[in-house]
Ligand binder design. Structure first.
Ligand code: PMP
Length: 457
């Protein structure tokens, strides 16, 4: 056999950025070069990625939440090897295979009050399915969503996306309606028109890391039901233990009608999405034999995705990763609050479990204010980008800004981190912020470079 992946990887190692510039979205390598994130990674394990030269990077980004159990977890790898080596009759289509049944059983065992599962291949597909299920179940069309929400980028999901930076250029979208996050009165006002199919909401918004007020989901659910509408919780990012609960809504006294999950269910390997639903919703969607495939997707429930999902749930249990997310989240949060108390530039630390936002704001010190003002005038969010950049270049820690035009960085580490990683991060952040407060050139020079680039672009 002439194809040898190992040989190919060795022969073409290091060409990724060039290939992307030539054949894929060329803005990706352009941005990564501009912010000095153009590392060539070779391998990864747990909470760390390693570059070609062996440099170790602490991963507080977790592939946007995909690597909940940690990178290359041996139990998930073994399950995938097993599924491959078994030579299964996968994707027959005209059968009812075992693995999706087993994964559905496991998911539902962790979500009392939900009865059925639809499998697909990504977060946005899960949201699309949930929106369509809500329409079919209520025979209504209009969906409410929250300002600043993120639910994916296909047309249905984009229509409930609260960020204009994603919507621009893709009109016309569906005529859905935005309400302020956490504002029940606004939900009720819209419901009075009696044409709403559902409210779709993230229990903790990914953008900006905004946490729903306690009781919001339960009260929203009550209001929605009173007006014949459904509650859809999008747990694509918050699900699978991220917030210290299996699903974030479980902190509220509520069972949503539909719940979407994806990302971490993949074990970091095989794309997957799922909608968890109440029985009666499925009964309305799949209402007769004629409608058996009325909503379906070719790869939904494929063996590798299901094997990865089953192994991921087993690892979450065996390693008590949901509990660990709660414990490490508290430790991290407490230490970050300590930094906020001594650092002029930090105005807020918020989040739940291991989904944490750190917000920066205008400092009191006169000297720092001038520098802050220069960055803000060029583009809001540059200071946060500068912190992310310095954490990366100086301390080899991967983080992200929590959204466009906002001074917030987001921490989304794998759920298996220990006190060691918490300490590494907190020490690094304290160092970067102390340097910024001292007016250190390493930090602010990077800011100036970003300003130049922001102005050029
Ligand atoms: N919903 C939420 C809450 C998300 O965070 C994301 C992805 N960041 C999505 C939906 C879309 O998922 P995907 O990128 O897999 O389509």
């Amino acid at each position: 056999m002439s194809f040898d992946l190992g040989e190919l990887l060795t022969a073409r190692s290091g060409e990724g950025y060039q290939l992307h510039a030539s054949h894929l979205n060329r803005e990706v390598p352009r941005v990564l070069h501009a912010i000095d994130f153009d590392t060539v990674y070779q391998r990864a394990e747990g909470a760390y990625c390693f570059a070609e030269d062996g440099t170790r990077y602490l991963d507080f980004l977790a592939g946007f939440g995909v690597h909940g159990v940690g990178r290359n977890h041996p139990v998930v790898r073994a399950a995938l090897h097993h599924a491959l080596d078994a030579g299964l009759a996968d994707l027959v289509q005209m059968d009812a295979p075992l693995l999706p049944g087993l994964l559905a059983e496991q998911l539902l065992a962790r979500t009392p009050g939900l009865d059925r599962v639809f499998f697909c291949n990504s977060g946005t597909e899960a949201v699309e399915a949930a929106l369509q299920f809500a329409r079919a179940a209520t025979r209504r069309q209009r969906v409410l969503y929250c300002q600043h929400a993120y639910h994916g980028l296909t047309v249905g999901s984009l229509s409930v996306n609260g960020g204009s930076e994603f919507r621009d250029g893709f009109d016309p979208l569906l005529p859905d309606t935005a309400v302020p996050f956490g504002d029940l009165a606004a939900v009720e006002r819209e419901l009075r028109r009696e044409d709403v199919a559902a409210l779709v909401v993230e229990p903790v918004q990914g953008k900006g890391v905004q946490v729903a007020p306690p009781g919001y989901l339960a009260e929203a659910s009550e209001l929605l039901h009173r007006h014949g509408a459904l509650l859809v919780c999008d747990e694509v990012q918050t699900g699978l233990g991220r917030t210290g609960r299996f699903l974030a809504y479980q902190d509220d006294a509520v069972v949503p009608d539909l719940v979407t999950v994806a990302k971490a269910l993949s074990g970091g390997f095989v794309p997957v999405g799922a909608v968890l639903s109440k029985d009666w919703v499925f009964d309305r969607v799949y209402s007769s034999m004629d409608r058996v495939f009325v909503h379906a997707t070719t790869f939904g429930g494929n063996a590798l995705a299901m094997a990865a999902g089953l192994a991921t749930l087993a690892v979450l249990d065996e390693e008590d990763l949901v509990g660990n997310a709660a414990r490490m989240g508290k430790l991290l949060n407490d230490q970050l609050v300590g930094i906020r108390e001594r650092c002029d530039l930090v105005v807020d630390v918020r989040g739940r479990g291991l989904m944490i936002g750190i917000e920066f704001g205008r400092p009191h010190s006169l000297r720092l204010r001038t520098r802050w003002a220069v960055l803000e005038a060029a583009r809001r969010g540059l200071f946060a980008q500068m912190v992310v950049g310095t954490l990366y270049r100086r301390h080899r820690i991967l983080t992200q800004v929590a959204g466009d035009h906002m001074e917030v960085i987001k921490l989304l580490p794998p759920l298996m981190i220990s006190e060691v990683e918490v300490e590494l991060f907190v020490t690094a952040l304290a160092d970067v912020l102390e340097e910024a407060e001292r007016g250190g050139d390493l930090v602010w020079d990077f800011g100036r470079t970003l300003v130049r680039q922001a102005l050029i672009r």
